[in-house]
Design a protein around this ligand. Sequence first.
Ligand SMILES: CC(C)(COP(=O)(O)OP(=O)(O)OC[C@H]1O[C@@H](n2cnc3c(N)ncnc32)[C@H](O)[C@@H]1OP(=O)(O)O)[C@@H](O)C(=O)NCCC(=O)NCCS
Length: 163
Amino acid sequence: MIRPAISSDYPAIRAVVRHAFAQDDEANLVEQLRADGDALVELVSATDIALRGHILYSPLKIERDGEILSAAALAPVSVLPAFQRAGLGKALIEAGNAACADLGLSAIIVLGHPDYYPRFGFSAAAAESLQAPFSGPAFMALELRPDALKAGGRVRYAKAFGV
Ligand SMILES: CC(C)(COP(=O)(O)OP(=O)(O)OC[C@H]1O[C@@H](n2cnc3c(N)ncnc32)[C@H](O)[C@@H]1OP(=O)(O)O)[C@@H](O)C(=O)NCCC(=O)NCCS
């Protein structure tokens, strides 16, 4: 089951993220984003007794002449190693992207593996117009509104990313 994260999930989310990445950095990032009020969409993959996966989207602003687009940064997404390759990551990303679309956001940005995210509609080409701290094939975007990113803009990540 995919459902929104609630506060009683937080210790288990920390464990899931730490195990998925085999380090603390991403779990710390999740907690800092929450502390800053920047957990825009946060979902878990849960059974009756345990969490197996987690995804978080934070607000991302795209500034350009006379307007600021509201978008989201997808990071991080985590599935416990024992449950990977069973479609949980896909289910989390599809549900999270749909929640971002429901919020009326213009786009979602991700820095991730170029072989994985294109299956959800992300592409480096869609992100090419953006001025951002990242570039190259791992920096990808998904437009939730047609041609939302065509005119480019400067990307502002949530504070916790420190970029
Ligand atoms: C990335 C991750 C969330 C995917 O979760 P998952 O439940 O295994 O994903 P799914 O079952 O939906 O999809 C599995 C597919 O994704 C591919 N895949 C998973 N991680 C990948 C990666 N880093 N690069 C390329 N492909 C990847 C697998 O090869 C598999 O492909 P296949 O279906 O053709 O065999 C999970 O592997 C994970 O937690 N990894 C460690 C943390 C991480 O790297 N997160 C992403 C960066 S923010």
